[in-house]
Ligand binder design. Structure first.
Ligand SMILES: [Zn+2]
Ligand SMILES: [Zn+2]
Length: 297
């Protein structure tokens, strides 16, 4: 069985017609079940709950947009980026996906939630507001620095790549241990723009620590084909990372991270080949937060 548990409807409306287009491509590619995992920050309820996570220095959402071009990595930049994207209704979203499932369509209700230290209670409160089948935990931000923002000039300027890797993996482990999530997204996303650590950094040790955190927390690890469409041009995670997960018995999830119907299930032959190579024979499905393993492929 193939499933694709990570995709976003955000470029279209919350309508059955738009959702159907994702289901049609899934069917064409032999993906038996999909999960929609809209970004948590799209929703008013989450915007309120998360608060100003980007720093101790409060930046009012009302004030931030007046700063013409805040530099990436600043609280003002994070405040503007985050608050500009909210405003949708969580109820409308959950009713769309649950409604489709109730009509017998093979779709599950998920959500992708950004993890920040200190935000666990707020995230838990948002997750409790809807009957999610699963929640995906992701790390896109190190403090107020969103490290994966394509097209932002000077994004990585002055950054110590090794140190960013260390901080990213520390956050990833914390996210897994938070107990909030069933799946960890794009596990080595820090490589997205092609920045590589120096030989001095023991990346294998970072993989091992993250895999141990995943195993201890019972979360599944995502193999995501999205990285193939990004500057790095690789699957997430690196083979050595997935091997470390497989050795510790971390369950598998499959993901395209599609933001448009055409990308659903894209390049899954490569994802499945990597997973099989690492010894995986099962893929996870989730219903009401409970994992149901199915035969892979
Ligand atoms: Zn993500
Ligand atoms: Zn995503």
């Amino acid at each position: 069985m193939l499933v694709d548990y990570h995709m976003h409807l955000e470029r279209g409306p919350f309508t059955p017609e738009w959702l159907d287009r994702f289901l049609v491509v899934a069917q064409e590619r032999g993906v038996a079940e999909i999960g929609i995992s809209e970004h948590i920050y799209r929703f008013r309820e989450a915007q309120e709950a998360y608060g100003a996570w980007w720093g101790e220095v409060a930046v009012s959402p009302d004030v931030a947009p007046t700063v013409a071009t805040p530099a990436p990595g600043t609280a003002a930049f994070a405040a503007r980026w985050w608050t500009e994207r909210g405003g949708q209704s969580l109820n409308e979203y959950t009713e769309l996906v649950r409604g489709a499932a109730a009509r017998g369509l093979p779709v599950r209700l998920g959500i992708e939630a950004d993890f920040f230290p200190g935000a666990a209670r707020a995230i838990r409160a948002v997750l409790a507001r809807a009957p999610f089948d699963y929640a995906i935990g992701s790390v896109h931000w190190i403090g107020p620095w969103g490290f994966d923002l394509l097209g932002v000039e000077g994004l990585w300027d002055g950054r110590d790549v090794d140190e960013m890797y260390r901080q990213y993996f520390a956050l990833l482990g914390q996210a897994a241990r938070s107990g909030l999530f069933q799946i960890m997204a794009h596990p080595d996303l820090i490589k997205v723009l092609g920045h590589r650590p120096s030989a001095a950094l023991d990346v294998e040790a970072l993989y091992a620590a993250a895999a141990a955190a995943f195993a201890a927390s019972g979360v599944a690890v995502e193999v995501s084909t999205a990285g193939l469409r990004k500057p790095v041009g690789e699957l997430y995670p690196a083979p050595a990372f997935l091997h470390a997960c497989a050795r510790r018995g971390v369950p598998l999830s499959l993901a395209s991270d599609a933001h448009r119907p055409e990308d659903v299930g894209l390049d899954f032959d490569r994802a499945v080949a990597l997973a099989r190579d690492c010894g995986y024979r099962e893929v996870s499905t989730f219903v009401g937060g409970a994992r149901r393993p199915m035969p892979l492929g």
